[in-house]
Write a protein that binds this ligand. Structure first.
Ligand code: UDP
Length: 225
């Protein structure tokens, strides 16, 4: 538990080229500008690189990162710590029923884990989610709303939420519930997880087409010094 102390923290898992803000025309959800999204990301206590693109970009910029940290692995590795310390975990996000299915899977492995509440990610008013999380007296919230919705949610409600840690984890609950399969190990090892997701979800092509632009932007920035 040395890597963070309990405090009011927001964390984000950055999946690089699909959610990046290095591409000029990228306006997430059409609701915030890339500069605003950058500010939101930079306000997080910790941002982890969940994408081969971020790792590659950092390498090009000569500020290498040790490795990709997949959100789902991070979330799963945190569970035994939450179980041991008796912290209360709230699962927010994904389609109706998914958070409950993920909770069941978590409890099979960690029977003493305290999951104090669940809620799907298709709520109309943020205030409803805030109220339920506070009523559940959660210490930690896995915020699985996809980018940039989850980052905006965490940023906007830092003051309203009486929690100690919020982590933006994209499709992690789908992965834990088993409704979305992760790439086979050999693909993860070869950093081809993005290709697996593209094959499974071709609608992601638009997002992934930004990869070459992102790499080019990194090269340009490196050349500028
Ligand atoms: N989602 C949600 N509410 C929304 C939009 C999306 O809860 O309004 C969920 C969606 O069901 C999925 C997750 O957010 O479980 C996004 O998953 P994805 O793998 O696309 O995450 P990303 O790649 O953005 O991290």
């Amino acid at each position: 538990m040395a890597w963070f102390s309990w405090g009011k923290y927001g964390m984000s898992i950055l999946r690089g080229c699909n959610d990046d803000d290095a591409v000029d025309e990228y306006v997430p959800g059409g609701t915030i500008t890339k500069a605003q999204f950058r500010a939101v990301l930079n306000a997080a206590a910790l941002v982890l690189p969940d994408g081969a693109g971020v790792v590659l970009g950092a390498k090009i910029l000569k500020t290498p990162l040790k490795q990709k940290v997949a959100g789902i692995e991070f979330a799963q590795n945190l569970l035994p710590i939450l179980e041991e310390t008796g912290k209360r975990l709230f699962l927010l996000g994904s389609k109706p029923g998914i958070a409950e299915a993920a909770a069941e899977k978590m409890l099979q492995k960690h029977p003493k884990l305290c999951i104090c509440g669940t809620m799907d990610g298709y709520f109309k008013e943020d205030s409803e989610a805030v109220r339920r999380i506070n009523e559940a007296q959660a210490d930690v919230v896995y915020v699985c709303l996809g980018a940039p919705k989850q980052e905006n949610f965490m940023h906007a409600h830092t003051a309203d939420l009486k929690v100690k840690l919020m982590i933006g984890l994209g499709g992690t609950l789908d992965g834990i519930a088993g409704t979305v399969k992760r790439a086979p190990r050999w693909m993860i090892r070869l950093q081809l997880e993005w290709l697996y997701r593209l094959i499974k979800e071709p609608r992601r092509l638009g997002r992934m087409m930004r990869l070459p632009k992102f790499v080019f932007a990194a090269i340009k920035m490196r050349m500028k010094g």
